[in-house]
Design a protein around this ligand. Structure first.
Ligand code: UDP
Length: 255
């Protein structure tokens, strides 16, 4: 087989040229980073688990009519995705105080918020991904007002839906980060769709009864049992891979 061309090497994922124009292969590695790359490590099996968990969550979003870049899972570590024009904004949605919000405002982690709070960060590591407002986003041309409206509406819908989905798995969705890109729908109209991944790397997930952390904070804070926590999330969602390498069973294609 001809060697495929790597388009991009990210902190935890690689992107390769896809088999058809407009498609990309997203490869999940076991690498972990935190604090803007200052902490680095490897979580054995994380790539396989995040590939499955993100596939599952993207498919559920597709079920409720939220457009995503996910097409289908290819193998243990790879999924086929639609190419998008990246919107350089990370959207964070919070249901309870944690992480940088706890630090910034000196509020205890776990304090519930009276309503979900949405924050925007510029996707730029060189500048430490600063928090930005809608004013910055439009003034610097990162996204148009309509794109922001669409991203906000989708983010809140995704939050409501995923909060319920995780609750059903005895998990509290404390906060999460989501990214969007632009692509053309089948009628040739530009639209905003969910990109990147949704996984314990990008969400804060706490056991709803014990409060045990089942996400990347176990790595960030050296709590141990990182791979086990990701496995537990996969198990509760019913997507823990059971077969060995090369497993391609039960893949679902999104048209
Ligand atoms: N998050 C992420 N990527 C980032 C920044 C944040 O996936 O580059 C996620 C993080 O895992 C958490 C939420 O967004 O679920 C809020 O993160 P926070 O602002 O508290 O930053 P942190 O302290 O986690 O770096």
């Amino acid at each position: 087989m001809a060697k495929r061309r790597r388009i991009y090497e990210g902190k935890t994922k690689d992107l390769f040229e896809g088999p058809e124009p407009g498609t990309i292969v997203q490869h999940f590695r076991d690498d972990a980073t935190a604090f803007n790359n200052k902490k680095q490590g490897t979580i054995t099996g994380k790539g396989v688990l995040n590939n499955r968990i993100s596939e599952y969550l993207m498919l559920r979003l597709h079920d409720i009519g939220v457009p995503t870049h996910f097409i289908r899972r290819l193998n243990m570590r790879e999924q086929l995705i639609r190419e998008v024009e990246v919107i350089p904004i990370k959207i964070v949605i919070r249901n309870a105080v944690a992480g940088s919000m706890a630090e910034r405002f000196g509020i205890d982690e776990g304090t519930p918020l009276p309503r979900s709070i949405v924050e925007y960060y510029w996707k730029n590591d060189e500048h430490n991904a600063p928090m930005v407002s809608e004013e910055h986003i439009t003034a610097f041309g990162w996204a148009a007002p309509q794109d922001i409206d669409d991203m906000l509406a989708l983010s809140l819908r995704i939050n409501d839906y995923l909060s319920g989905l995780f609750f059903g798995a005895r998990i509290k969705l404390v906060d999460f980060k989501i990214e969007f890109g632009r692509n053309y729908d089948e009628n040739g109209d530009m639209r905003v769709i969910v990109a990147d991944e949704i996984s314990p790397d990008t969400c804060r997930l706490w056991d709803s009864e014990t409060g045990e952390k089942l996400d990347k904070d176990r790595f960030r804070r050296d709590l141990g049992g990182v791979a086990e926590a990701y496995q537990e999330v996969a198990r509760r969602l019913g997507v823990l891979p059971t077969s060995g390498p090369g497993d391609v069973a039960e893949t679902t294609t999104v048209q």
